[in-house]
Design a protein around this ligand. Structure first.
Ligand SMILES: Cc1cc2nc3c(=O)[nH]c(=O)nc-3n(C[C@H](O)[C@H](O)[C@H](O)COP(=O)(O)OP(=O)(O)OC[C@H]3O[C@@H](n4cnc5c(N)ncnc54)[C@H](O)[C@@H]3O)c2cc1C
Length: 487
């Protein structure tokens, strides 16, 4: 590989996930010449779609619900609608069926959600979520970024008081019935942590706040459209993309003034370890990864026949029963045991976006958490949970695709052991990812930056890690480039 290949580039971004593309866009907007180099044959990392089952059925391989994209100051500022992105909003963001045929339901409106809970639980819900939703803009700006002095101290103090608790503790203390705790536990379980651990309540509350404030939308046509719009915008700014090229060593990128890596610490060590200082390297080696996921996609002959009417209208359905049952499942996955009755996150995009399947047909998307790197096939266990709340579901399955945790890692090297969050997001590692450092997007080499979900604010399609990493590069090694171009 000739070392001069990237000589004319101000920056090379390794990896085209939402964070890599967000970094490239931020740099290109500042006038930098940027190339994105992607290992896979298509761009987009964790936001791609594919016909995984049968022809004509479009499945989201990884991300599917784009609340964080809407809540993200970085992505919301981009003209993605002009580049083809259309979001579809389910009027019921979340349903959580229970064994008696009822369901806990989160509507767009806090008042409507509280009214369904009724009585003391309804009032409790309104007191808990109302102020967070009212100040959601400030809250999202605080939580979707690195640790820094709060810009909205009152909102953050109010959030901290409840968010620092465990999801199970918060649910028990605020509600009498099973519905409120189930909504909190299911949303908190996206953290891939044990639900009796602090601060799982924070994860649940942030996601529930987004559901009320901006909704839990799908991208019409599939998640691929999010990154297609980002790529189209990047190209309109002069950015260049290369696919099918895995970067093995930083030596391949000599010539570019700055390199931003949309990879996790393990790959950073392998690609550029010899360029990094000992202390920083040791910090990266201590970085912890979480349990993995097992993913199933279905081509379906009709909509999922949920017993609970409201679940039929929902975009996302959380399966597994009560908060306590969910806690057992997440406890198992975190302690290296295979959950027999896993907590299942399921979405039904075609109820809201029929363009993804032939007329009258549907797709289903689901995953559960499994121990780190676990190769177990969870298809049966996941389908048993769907059948539990939607008898007759299995008869609708026309085709299915399953991906185990090791297969997820083979699909995208960033999913180490099947961990989809780029590393554990507990209290110790959420804001100090990848290691304790005043600016977590910088590395010990002034030319190298980390821009993946292994930096704050962690997992999700929000592009904030890429945005902050690009800003760090523009303040650092690209300072004169940005000044030259007026960026
Ligand atoms: C099953 C599943 C469901 C999810 N659901 C949601 C959801 O509904 N909503 C949501 O917001 N988030 C969801 N996520 C999480 C979300 O997809 C990720 O957090 C997000 O994609 C992280 O973006 P990123 O840019 O940091 O990394 P990634 O999207 O992982 O992109 C990294 C890119 O870098 C490339 N790469 C890695 N190493 C190299 C190399 N050496 N050379 C070149 N290229 C390289 C990879 O091929 C990949 O394309 C889900 C993830 C999974 C797996």
């Amino acid at each position: 590989m000739p070392a001069a290949e990237f000589q004319d580039r101000d920056a090379v971004v390794v990896g085209s996930g939402p964070n890599g593309l967000s970094a490239a866009i931020t740099l290109a907007r500042a006038g930098c010449a940027v190339t994105v180099v992607e290992a896979a044959d298509s761009l987009g990392g964790g936001s791609r779609s594919a016909e995984l089952t049968l022809p004509g059925y479009v499945h989201d391989v990884c991300s599917t619900v784009h609340a964080l994209a809407l809540a993200s100051p970085a992505l919301a500022a981009l003209p993605l609608a002009e580049h083809g992105l259309e979001l579809v909003q389910p009027d019921v963001p979340l349903a959580h069926p229970l064994d008696d045929g009822s369901a806990a339901v989160l509507y767009r409106s806090v008042t409507e959600t509280a009214a369904r809970l009724g009585g003391r639980d309804g009032r409790s819900y309104e007191r808990l979520l109302g102020p967070l939703v009212e100040h959601s803009d400030g809250l999202m700006r605080e939580v979707l970024g690195p640790l820094r002095p709060p810009l909205h101290p009152v909102t953050m103090a109010r959030f901290g008081l409840v968010g620092l608790r465990s999801a199970i503790g918060l649910g028990r203390s605020r509600f009498d019935g099973p519905e409120g705790p189930a909504l909190i536990a299911g949303s908190a379980a996206h953290s891939i942590m044990r639900l009796d651990q602090m601060p799982t309540a924070a994860v649940g509350l942030v996601l529930m706040t987004t559901a009320h404030a901006v909704g839990w939308p799908f991208a019409r046509g599939g998640s691929q459209r999010v990154v297609d719009a980002m790529t189209s915008y990047l190209r309109s700014l002069g950015g260049v993309t290369v696919t099918g090229r895995r970067v093995e060593s930083i030596d391949e990128l000599d010539g570019a003034a700055a390199v931003l890596l949309d990879v996790t610490p393990r790959q950073l060590l392998s690609i550029a370890g010899d360029r990094l200082r000992g202390g920083y390297r040791r910090g990266l080696r201590r970085y912890r990864y979480s349990p993995g996921v097992f993913k199933v996609d279905w081509a379906l002959d009709g909509p999922i026949p949920w017993r609970a009417e409201e679940a039929r209208r929902a975009g996302t359905v959380h399966l597994g029963g009560t908060a306590e049952e969910l806690a057992r499942s997440e406890d198992d996955a975190n302690r290296g045991r295979i959950p027999e009755h896993p907590f299942v996150l399921l979405t039904q995009p075609t109820v809201h976006d029929p363009s993804r399947a032939p007329e009258g047909k549907h797709v289903g998307w689901a995953y559960c958490h499994v121990p780190h790197g676990c190769p177990e096939d969870m298809t049966e266990r996941i389908e048993a949970q769907v059948e539990r709340f939607a008898p007759g579901f299995r008869d609708l399955v026309l085709g299915r695709s399953s991906l185990s945790a090791p297969e997820m890692e083979a699909y995208n090297a960033n999913y180490v052991g099947g961990d989809i969050s780029g590393g554990t997001q507990d209290l110790r590692q959420l804001f100090t990812r990848p290691t304790v450092r005043p600016n977590p997007y910088t590395t010990s080499d002034p030319r190298l930056f980390l821009c993946s979900s292994s930096t704050p604010p962690g997992g999700g399609v929000h592009g904030m890690s890429g945005y902050f990493a690009a800003k760090a590069a523009l303040r650092g090694v690209l300072k004169h480039t940005a000044t030259r171009t007026g960026g």
